[in-house]
Design a protein around this ligand. Structure first.
Ligand code: BT5
Length: 326
């Protein structure tokens, strides 16, 4: 048993006591570790923000737990997606970079890296993802058994999963193709997929998810926050709900394919029936028209003025000013 495993078990023993006092002796004999080790773990947990009362002779009592995005806390809240292996839990540059490194080293399908803060959070196309405390930053290593073309729907699958998880937690969101998550007309969460292919197979996909939960210094003022809709929201609870949603929807995609998810995506899409313009990162217009769902490969379907259908596989979408005449 590693140090962190034995610490997790001490914490577990305190939680299982449900607010009553549990003796150091009982913890040490159940876990097969020394009394000194138990008290060292308790000291570490206190430093990490757990409020643990100790009374000589009787033992320890857990009074409150901090809102910390640690693997053990997330694991204990997961009801689905128990195949996930959660790692990290400390500030890092980018959980996507960490997950990619692990994927290259052979990390198994379902490995997740979580962090409470990122110092180099990334968006798509080299953009920055502001990642101060108060957010949930997570990256999943996935190893889908499909050809690269079929994997092109994954950004939408993950977006539906994030939306389902948030919905379950009490936050209703809109999706903006391909994988932005909005609430009340502002961006609440972003998703960044990075894929490695080998010939006709997908070696791994890293799906990074960043969610704004509670405002803090460094939060982008124009963004949406879960806390705006659910005052007092916990980062931990939101992270666990989102991982639950993502794994459920991912499993549905594995068994039913994208057709089992497409209606949900379109049903939540803030672009459906709207007149939009799609541009490259450099700002050049790729297409414009009225949105009519997505096709079986997850491409945005646009109908232009002459009724011609166009399929768009990448780009940034903006809603056309309805007052603009053209
Ligand atoms: C995204 O990019 O929306 C994908 C963001 C993915 C972040 C996760 S966090 C875990 C994992 N590790 C990483 O390093 N990344 C992933 P994009 O569509 O390019 O949107 C980026 C744009 O959103 C920026 O140019 C800003 O305008 C805006 N933005 C930046 N930070 C934001 C935030 N915290 N909330 C809302 N909008 C933000």
């Amino acid at each position: 048993m590693t140090m962190s495993e034995s610490r997790d078990r001490v914490l577990d023993a305190l939680k299982r006591a449900g607010g009553s006092t549990v003796s150091g002796e009982a913890i040490s004999s159940t876990l097969g570790i020394s009394r000194v080790a138990v008290s060292k773990h308790v000291a570490w947990l206190r430093k990490a923000g757990y409020d643990i009362e100790s009374s000589r002779g009787t033992g320890y009592r857990l009074l409150s737990a901090p809102d910390l995005l640690t693997p053990a806390e997330i694991r204990s809240r997961l009801t689905t997606g128990t195949w996930l292996e959660i790692e990290g839990g400390v500030p890092t540059a980018s959980t996507n970079d960490d997950a990619k490194r692990r994927a290259r080293q052979g990390a198994r399908h379902g490995t997740v890296v979580v962090a409470p803060i990122q110092t180099g959070g990334r968006g798509r196309l080299g953009r920055v993802w502001a990642s101060p405390s108060g957010g949930a930053y997570m990256s999943l290593v996935l190893r889908p058994h499909v050809a690269p073309l079929e994997a092109s729907v994954l950004p939408l699958v993950i977006a539906v999963g994030v939306a389902e998880g948030l919905h379950e937690a009490g936050v209703v969101v809109d999706l903006k193709w391909p994988n932005d998550v909005w609430s009340g007309g502002r961006k609440l969460a972003g998703i960044l997929l990075e894929t490695a292919t080998e010939g006709e197979t997908v070696e791994w996909v890293v799906a990074g998810i960043g969610i704004n939960v509670v405002r803090s210094d460094g939060s982008p003022p124009e963004a949406a926050f879960v806390d705006d809709v659910l005052p007092g929201a916990s980062v931990l609870q939101i992270a666990a709900a989102v991982l639950g949603g993502v794994t459920r929807v991912y499993e549905r995609w594995e068994t039913q394919g994208f057709l089992g998810i497409r209606d949900q995506f379109v049903g939540r899409s803030m672009l459906e029936g709207e007149h939009v313009t799609v541009r490259t990162a450099a700002g050049d217009e790729v297409a414009s028209g009225t949105v009519d769902g997505v096709d079986e490969l997850g491409r945005l379907v646009l109908v232009d003025q002459s009724g011609e259908r166009r399929l768009v596989s990448s780009g940034d979408v903006t809603l056309r000013d309805p007052r603009a005449s053209d």
